[in-house]
Design a protein around this ligand. Structure first.
Ligand SMILES: [Fe+2]
Length: 260
């Protein structure tokens, strides 16, 4: 599996506090079956994003963590006014692994019409926005149809793995399940910040998605789609929004089993 959104770089934001914790997060992720982890420090009013400093931290962490897991750089890019000013010239400084995919984080409260314009501006600057954890955002919780509208415009959606297993409350869980049924989710990621409350674990989410929608969908959302992103390629063909899930073929045995 590949984790597109995680905060292991020590001392750059509210993620790992020390190099020791960061190394332990990498080992925990590797033990969970994660092969690639994209470190995505915040860029917002509280935390300044310095690409060169983050690349140096990434190198230091990779050396300390060893070769079990491959670390890449991205950014948890807040859609603030200041950040948006930087995009036309410096957009690639913030994307996932230097590709055209950009993780974007919404404010707690926003005006949807304004955000439609902002997302369009990002698109015309040559980048593809990946909307991070909409299921945890109060505006999306009130207006879940916003996601269908923006996915319909070609933008991508990343839901937090722990939301899918109930760790962020019932509203986030309901939305994650609803959007999974509607084929509106392109990725699950950990958004891990530590070893306990928000750990780098994807396997529980993988299992739940496989139970609900089949292993093929779990592979798509936790392996194949994120692989395309880190390689800077188009996403592989997937289920389209609102396409019904594949129905398992009935066999004579299942027919016989239903008989009294
Ligand atoms: Fe994050």
């Amino acid at each position: 599996m590949i984790d597109l959104h995680c905060h292991p770089l020590p001392g750059v934001d509210d993620g790992a506090k020390t190099l020791e914790v960061a190394v332990a997060m990498c080992r925990m992720a590797a033990a969970d079956g994660i092969t690639h982890l994209v470190a995505t420090p915040h860029s917002n009013y509280k935390y300044h994003y310095d690409r060169e400093a983050n690349l140096a931290k990434l190198k230091e962490l990779q050396e300390a963590a060893g070769s079990e897991i491959k670390l890449l750089l991205g950014c948890d890019f807040n859609l603030s006014f200041d950040n948006l000013q930087r995009l036309p010239e410096k957009g690639r400084d913030y994307t996932v692994n230097g590709t055209t995919y950009l993780l974007v984080e919404f404010a707690e409260f926003f005006v949807p019409e304004q955000m439609t314009n902002v997302l369009y501006e990002i698109e015309v600057s040559g980048l593809t926005p990946i909307l991070t954890h909409p299921e945890r955002n109060p505006v999306f919780q009130r207006k879940p149809e916003l996601l269908a509208e923006w996915v319909g415009r070609g933008y991508l959606a990343q839901v937090t793995a722990k939301s899918m297993t109930g760790g962020f409350g019932s509203k986030a869980l309901r939305l994650a399940e609803q959007w999974l049924r509607q084929n509106l989710i392109h990725f699950f990621a950990t958004d891990a910040h530590d070893l306990n409350y928000r750990p780098p674990i994807l396997s529980e989410c993988y299992q739940k998605v496989a139970e609900l929608r089949g292993k093929g969908t779990a592979d798509l959302l936790l392996c194949h789609n994120p692989l395309a992103v880190i390689e800077g390629k188009p996403l592989p063909p997937g289920l389209q929004p609102d396409e019904p899930p594949p129905t398992p073929k009935k066999s004579w045995f299942s027919f016989l089993r239903r008989r009294p």
